[in-house]
Design a protein around this ligand. Structure first.
Ligand SMILES: *Cc1c(COP(=O)(O)O)cnc(C)c1O
Length: 435
């Protein structure tokens, strides 16, 4: 789907016209937008740009949770079979929509645990270091949890992160990495790399990566390709199966809007469906046909399901079910098309009105970014903090990254062109008065 290019007119009326023409505009009403902190400023709601950190609440989630509480009250244990959404096969109810998000076969995805837990479980199977091939390749400045996870896995196997953790440095100014640096690192260290663990979108810079190209490079060097899609799931249009990723994991509270600490997602490529790689096992990974014989030997369910440990938390799956249903109706194609437009609009406004105030770190190429723009405030930390606080007091919510970066993510489900307009307008006012 292609959206006609509308030439930029830097006016509020133009932003409102874009919203009026947006085929997805109705989806905003399905979300609870936090009310303005100071209604005397004339706005009812906040301008929320942190869907990349905690997505807003879909209205349907309350009902989905109440349904499960009521069925528990009404049916007790029988709700496993006779609830409106029977608990026994409950995780099946999110499978199809999760597969749409991941660009995967239904059997390749499962909702379970949390992101860091899933990264560890995946590494148990897919990081099998040997004396020759022991290294993990990640991006420099990776999200701390990922750094801790890979370093602890390396130590767990008796190796030393000082020699077995290889970090690809980005551009010293912007932090952007690009394919050439990844290629160079693989060319230089390929024979000792066991696992490439790469982000779909880098959390700090907003740089998006070509997962298929990275998987191909990793495989050509004899390494496994795993992806952390925390900032990519529900943001980019993913095609994990075709990308030939070995595994992937993501959280569901950022773009996926399933609530704080939501149950995470995991992908295991079909070609590993019947793998005999080692894994940490639990009864919910056991083949359901014989699970309740309660036998002593673990027989894994083929596919991603075989990596589950415990019976799933229904109170965590219910929000995910409700949230993914919204994504299904909106469709990732349409969401991505709007996101490309909305982010490009914000970028164009910043470039035309905030020259010398804001530098955009995130790539301009739409194929190298999702919704997020990482904005560096020119003039350093103190000025950056002052701007960040100016925005916050006006109900414009981004997030701060040391030393001078404000991340903003206009998401296509509930953000509007007028939100982008207000953000830029507010920064321009700050520059003209305080800044
Ligand atoms: C948000 C995020 C996490 C958070 O991990 P949890 O296990 O969900 O707490 C980890 N890694 C990346 C890259 C993230 O963006």
């Amino acid at each position: 789907m292609s959206i006609p290019h509308i030439p930029l007119a830097a006016t509020e009326a133009d932003a409102r016209a874009r919203d009026a023409a947006d085929p997805l505009r109705g989806f905003r009403d399905e979300f609870l937008i936090p009310p303005a902190l100071d209604p005397s400023l004339g706005e009812d709601t906040q301008f929320y740009f942190t869907g990349n950190s905690l997505g807003l609440q879909p209205r349907g989630i309350r009902e989905a949770l109440l349904t499960e509480l009521d069925d528990w009250a009404r049916l007790g244990v029988e709700a496993h079979f006779h609830g409106r959404h029977p608990w026994m096969p409950y995780h099946e109810e999110v499978r199809a929509h999760l597969a749409e998000i991941a660009g995967a076969l239904p059997s390749e995805v499962v909702a379970m645990n949390s992101l860091t837990t899933n990264l560890h479980l995946m590494m148990v199977g897919f990081y099998r270091p040997t004396a020759e091939r022991h290294a993990i390749l990640i991006e420099a400045g990776a999200f701390p949890s990922d750094q801790y996870a890979v370093a602890s896995q390396i130590r767990f196997h008796g190796f030393d992160p000082a020699t077995s953790l290889i970090e690809v440095e980005g551009d010293p100014d912007t932090g952007l990495i690009g394919m050439e640096r990844i290629e160079r690192a693989l060319a230089e260290h390929g024979s000792k790399i066991a696992l490439v663990l790469w982000p779909g979108v880098q959390y700090r810079t907003g740089e998006a990566f070509d997962l298929k190209a990275i998987a191909a490079l990793a495989h050509a060097r004899g390494a496994v390709a795993g992806f952390d899609l925390a900032h990519a799931a529900g943001n980019l249009k993913l095609a994990l199966h075709d990308a030939d990723a070995d595994f992937a994991a993501w959280c569901s509270y950022k773009y996926l809007n399933a609530g704080p600490g939501a149950i995470a997602g995991c992908f295991v490529h079909e070609r590993h469906a019947r793998t005999d790689r080692p894994r940490f096992a639990g009864w919910w990974g056991h083949d359901p046909a014989s699970r309740f014989r309660m036998g002593p030997d673990f027989v894994p369910t083929p596919g991603a399901d075989g990596w589950q440990l415990s019976n799933p938390p229904i109170m965590a799956l219910a929000p995910l079910r409700a949230s993914l249903e919204v994504f299904h109706r909106a469709g990732m194609d349409r969401l991505r098309a709007k996101a490309i437009d909305l982010t490009a609009y914000l970028e164009a406004l910043i470039r035309s009105r905030l020259h010398g105030v804001i530098d955009i770190l995130t790539p301009s190429d739409r194929d190298r970014r999702g919704c997020q723009l990482s904005l560096r405030v020119v003039g350093g930390r103190a000025r950056g903090r002052a701007l960040f606080e100016h925005l916050a007091t006006r109900g414009i919510i981004g997030d701060w990254r040391e030393p001078d970066v404000i991340r903003v993510a206009p998401t296509p489900l509930y953000n509007r062109f007028i939100d982008a307009w207000k953000l830029v307008e507010s920064i321009a006012t700050w520059r003209d008065t305080a800044g």
